[in-house]
Design a protein around this ligand. Structure first.
Ligand code: NAD
Length: 466
């Protein structure tokens, strides 16, 4: 491990001992959006009931794993420096007149990390914790992810520092359109193609596409994750969760687990978590714990994932689910005994201070960067198998790729075709990463990073860029 990586680890060890967030921050509607002022408000989690998170940032997590892989691949320092930094970072003001009649200015970001393998690709997040560091980290993660599953894309990410849960739908629409107006010049089907992420969904993608179309003419391939009615792809909404379950099936034999009878816990019951839960249940699994930002529940007899998803669709939350499950402290979710733990919320939720309490046989990372390097080491030592984010949650970008291909061809595939092709890509990528891990004698995460970085280096040097 490089000196830099060791230093980062040391910083994490110092900082991960106690609850780091929530921090003090402005509350109430339109938090963080001062009248006519740039958004400099303190970051805040969605709910005070949120479990503790490590202070180590997503950026430090991604950099740590990059450094480990770069060392193993013996990348020259100058090449590593190019690969580590972003190609382009755009920060914009997003002024919106909200329901209170005042102009509020949010901060918006789009980071294009590396485009050696194709147009930049990555989601757009609307969340009060979004900042440049986080978007930069997630953009880099996308570069390695698209390379690991071998898609002809580079990596990007975007976000607006806003809490959509505090806004009316028409206000969210205004934020989306204003953001698109500010960043459209660096986007487009052959340049950079956004998709949904935390706090955004198919409806937000529809507004983004419509706004882009006003300036450039109807261009469905400019964003993915769109509604079916607007040239979205069948299967896109469930794709990330489906991919999580597909790699889980491949990985289960490594811990001698029958995939059809697994007891699992889902942290973050949003798009990724709720689909993963429903598909795990369809496979014969039992959900014994679940959480969202509002709270956590557990039941040894099982929580019906379908019913919980329906409850959420009707505007409910995990905390007020009227099932037979018992409400537990969010921090206790991690300590539930289960076969599989699926983090599907935000980054840094499994850290040094709580990893030792986990009682699962495997972790399949639906979220991006949910596990800090220190936690990863603790879990590896405990013999917990981790299927890393860069592989496990790639199903979304795979079906986004299918959507882009369909849009460019103006030809729609049916859902069965989408799911089958997704399965082929996820299984192939899992096999490549698992084989490399076995050959190297390392866990899957370093093997996955090595594979992704190697592919990007090959493309960049073949282009003559490095
Ligand atoms: P989402 O907004 O639909 O869901 C996020 C969920 O996490 C919500 O239920 C929210 O309440 C919950 N949450 C937030 N803070 C929490 C906390 N402290 N404790 C427990 N739960 C908490 O977002 P999503 O699209 O499902 O994304 C979830 C994760 O998956 C993110 O890390 C995202 O980057 C990653 N991801 C998403 C996609 C995708 O296609 N949507 C693809 C790849 C990776």
């Amino acid at each position: 491990m490089s000196e830099e990586a060791t230093e980062k680890r040391a910083r994490e060890d110092e900082s991960a001992d106690g609850p780091a967030v929530p921090q003090e921050g402005e509350s109430g509607p339109h938090a963080g959006a001062g009248h006519g002022e740039p958004d400099k408000s303190a970051k805040k989690t969605e709910d005070s009931a949120a479990p503790s998170r490590a202070e180590v940032s997503n950026y430090e997590i991604v950099e740590h794993w990059f450094d480990v892989a770069a060392d193993r691949l013996e990348l020259p320092d100058d090449v590593a420096a190019v690969l580590r930094s972003s190609y382009r970072e755009v920060q914009v003001q997003v002024p919106v007149r909200l329901g209170d009649g005042k102009l509020h200015v949010f901060s918006g970001y789009r980071v294009q990390h590396n485009g050696a393998r194709g147009p930049y690709k990555g989601g757009i997040r609307f969340h009060p914790e979004v900042d440049l560091d986080e978007v930069r980290a997630l953009a880099e993660l996308m570069t390695w992810k698209t390379a690991i599953v071998n898609l002809p894309y580079g990596g990007a990410k975007g976000g607006v520092n806003v809490d959509p849960s505090k806004l009316e739908a028409r206000e969210v629409q205004a934020v989306a359109r204003s953001f698109m107006d500010k960043i459209e010049k660096v986007l487009g089907p052959t340049r950079d193609i956004p998709a949904p992420d935390v706090g955004t969904n198919a409806q937000v993608m529809a507004w983004l596409m419509d706004e882009y179309g006003k300036l450039h003419g109807h261009t469905p391939a400019c964003v993915t994750g769109k509604p079916i009615a607007l040239e979205g792809s069948y299967g896109r909404e469930a794709a990330t969760g489906r991919g999580v379950v597909q790699v889980f099936r491949e990985a289960a034999p490594q811990v001698e687990l029958d995939p059809a009878g697994a007891r699992f816990v889902v942290q973050g019951f949003g798009n990724v978590g709720s689909w993963a839960a429903r598909l795990m249940q369809e496979l014969g699994g039992t959900m014994v714990g679940a959480a969202d930002a509002s709270g956590a529940i557990a039941s040894g007899n099982g929580i019906d994932a379908e019913k919980l998803a329906e409850h959420m669709r009707d505007g409910g939350s995990v905390g007020d689910f009227d099932g037979s499950a018992e409400e537990i402290e969010p921090d206790e979710l991690l300590a539930l005994e289960c076969d599989v733990f699926i983090p599907a919320a935000l980054g840094g939720m499994i850290h040094k201070a709580n990893a030792g309490r986990m009682r699962c046989r495997m972790i399949v990372e639906g979220a991006n960067s949910p596990t800090t390097p220190a936690a990863d080491e603790i879990l590896n030592d405990k013999g917990v198998l981790i299927v890393p984010d860069v592989l496990a949650n790639a199903g979304g970008v795979v079906v986004s790729y299918f959507e882009w291909v369909q849009n460019l061809q103006h030809f729609r595939w049916d859902e069965e075709q989408v799911n089958e092709r997704l399965g082929e890509i996820m299984r192939r990528a899992f096999g490549e990463v698992a084989n490399r891990a076995q050959e190297n004698g390392t866990p899957m995460r370093p093997a996955a990073y090595e594979l992704g970085i190697e592919r990007v280096v090959e493309a960049a040097s073949t282009r003559g860029y490095i």
